[in-house]
Design a protein around this ligand. Structure first.
Ligand code: BGC
Length: 536
């Protein structure tokens, strides 16, 4: 990593008063490696782990809704027409179309629309009141939503509950990843940030397990426990967030310089924090000059960040992973498994996610982000091709399998596990890590809101249209997602610079050194570049 902050770089791109000394200083800075001294203190580990429990609520919700919507008692009560079709009272002529109901999928997807709105709104709160305030708000919304859903006696309670859960998720996902990246020492930022993803996957797994057990108890009312128990992780998150300090960057941003420095000393476990503190101050100064972060984000010099803020979450969802997360039980019932076997298969698959995320935590700061992205992409693509062939051979296009061969269940579950692992050590955690580390402070909350917004709208799309896509595309659905995996892998290969081991305040250099982005940014500032070139 190199000594040069993006504030210098920004001055280059914006200030007409550029002077030769600035250029020389900039060039000198580009060559001097810096290290902010920092220990991995218990305080920082606990802080990051506690903040990452925000991921639990997101994951719990992802995991719970698909299982609940495959439970007969729940369908009978709230979606009787789907129940009739699915239970063969009025059978669907095609197996692929058994669960095709837009109202049913609206139950899962509606949440992501409110999460989208909350994610966008949360940007100002995160900036003005701090990351912690947004986290607390998110947790409270989630507790309220989970309780309302668990107690639902009519469809409006379900919908309002889902909207509240969505507000909670929007707030948590907007604030937690940037909070963790700001608190973590740069050397461990990847691993600590990925605790967010780890807790998402633990949340999904716990929800899968609960669905499996609760589907068999309380005379069919077990779904109430599945939905209501979401309040528990949310409650832990609220309490945890109350006890957390705000990040030094956020404290400085709000003028609390003394508190910020004190906090920096505590989390870094050393009094030698002057260099880092100076860079945070400079970042904050640049940030204060930005009166309209949303408009600023559109500036050409932030184009690489904007492209990644949009493409990373979009591609993450178009890996197709959430088809499995949300609808594994429904998918398994569609492709011939019984109800208990479907919920159990979801549990088995769910267990692969946290384990693979752990692998990623161990590898990300060693091998870097690009390696994980490229390997994960290749692994997912191979699995998608095998899955397509297995389902095509067995079901054909008319969705009538006759008797299912034994090998079939083993191949399908096995391949889905490998596919899920590929996602869980690449696009899953990196989909949150990369955005949280590439945005400079002055656009960080706004850019993170875009990431959350795009993630939520893409998740909405998948959640809402999966059953009808399956009905129309049949086994071709997996090839549809496979094509996106090819595109996104090429996108990473060509456009993502390695961000491993670079302090947040130094991140702007990675774009300037990148063969494509470097040219793009150079062409933004021909006068400066002429001067730079003549100096060389
Ligand atoms: C994604 C979720 C996904 C989860 C699965 C997260 O990073 O944003 O949509 O369900 O990973 O592991």
């Amino acid at each position: 990593m190199f000594r040069s902050s993006h504030y210098n770089a920004n001055v280059f791109f914006t200030s007409p008063k550029l002077v030769a000394e600035d250029i020389i200083t900039q060039q000198k800075f580009m060559e001097v490696p810096i290290k902010y001294p920092a220990k991995l203190t218990l305080r920082v580990v606990l802080t990051c782990i506690m903040a990452a429990t925000g991921g639990l609520i997101f994951g719990y919700d992802h995991g719970v809704s698909g299982g609940v919507t495959s439970m007969d008692s729940f369908l009978k009560k709230f979606f009787p027409s789907v129940y009739e079709k699915e239970s063969n009272v009025k059978p669907s002529s095609n197996q692929y179309c058994k669960f095709n109901s837009q109202i049913l999928t609206l139950f899962t997807s509606s949440l992501y629309l409110s999460a989208l709105a909350a994610g966008l709104g949360a940007s100002s709160i995160t900036r003005m009141l701090g990351r912690r305030a947004t986290m607390i708000m998110g947790g409270i919304f989630f507790v309220a939503g989970a309780l309302l859903n668990g107690l639902a006696v009519s469809i409006w309670m379900l919908i309002v509950g889902r909207l509240l859960l969505g507000f909670g998720i929007g707030c948590a996902n907007q604030s937690v990843p940037i909070y963790v990246s700001e608190m973590a020492p740069y050397k461990y930022r990847g691993a600590l940030n990925m605790c967010f993803q780890l807790s998402i996957t633990i949340g999904i797994f716990v929800a899968n397990l609960f669905n499996y057990y609760f589907s068999k108890i309380l005379n069919g009312q077990g779904w109430r426990l599945s939905l209501g128990l979401g309040a528990v992780p949310a409650f832990i998150f609220v309490i945890g967030s109350f006890c957390l300090p705000d990040s030094p960057s956020s404290l400085v941003e709000r003028g609390l310089h003394e508190d910020a420095k004190r906090e920096l000393v505590k989390i870094r476990g050393t009094t030698e924090v002057d260099a880092e503190f100076r860079d945070i101050l400079a970042a904050s100064e640049a940030s204060q000059n930005v009166k309209h972060p949303w408009r600023t984000l559109m500036d050409r010099k932030y184009r690489p960040q904007l492209v990644f803020a949009i493409c990373i979450p979009f591609f993450q969802q178009f890996t197709g992973l959430n088809v499995i997360t949300f609808y594994a039980p429904i998918l398994f019932r569609t492709i011939g498994f019984g109800s208990g076997a479907s919920l159990m298969s979801a549990v088995i698959i769910g267990s692969f996610k946290p384990v693979s995320t752990l692998v990623s935590i161990l590898l990300v700061d060693k091998f870097g982000r690009r390696t994980l992205f490229l390997e994960g992409g290749a692994q997912m693509l191979i699995c998608q091709i095998i899955m397509t062939i297995a389902i095509a051979v067995t079901f054909g296009t008319n969705g009538n399998p006759g008797t299912l061969p034994k090998w079939y269940a083993i191949v399908v579950v096995g391949i889905i596990c490998v596919y899920v692992s590929g996602f869980a050590w690449s696009w899953g955690p990196l989909g949150w890590l990369i955005p949280s580390e590439i945005f400079p402070l002055e656009i960080r909350p706004a850019a993170q809101s875009i990431t959350v917004g795009v993630n939520m709208i893409s998740t909405f799309f998948i959640a809402q249209f999966f059953t009808s896509m399956l009905c129309h595309m049949k086994f071709g659905l997996f090839i549809f997602f496979g094509c996106f995996v090819v595109i996104m892998t090429l996108f990473i290969y060509k456009l993502l610079p390695e961000t491993k081991g670079i302090p947040l305040e130094e991140m702007s250099m990675v774009w300037q050194k990148h063969p494509i982005w470097g040219k793009f940014l150079e062409s933004d500032n021909p006068i400066q570049n002429d001067k730079m070139n003549s100096k060389c």
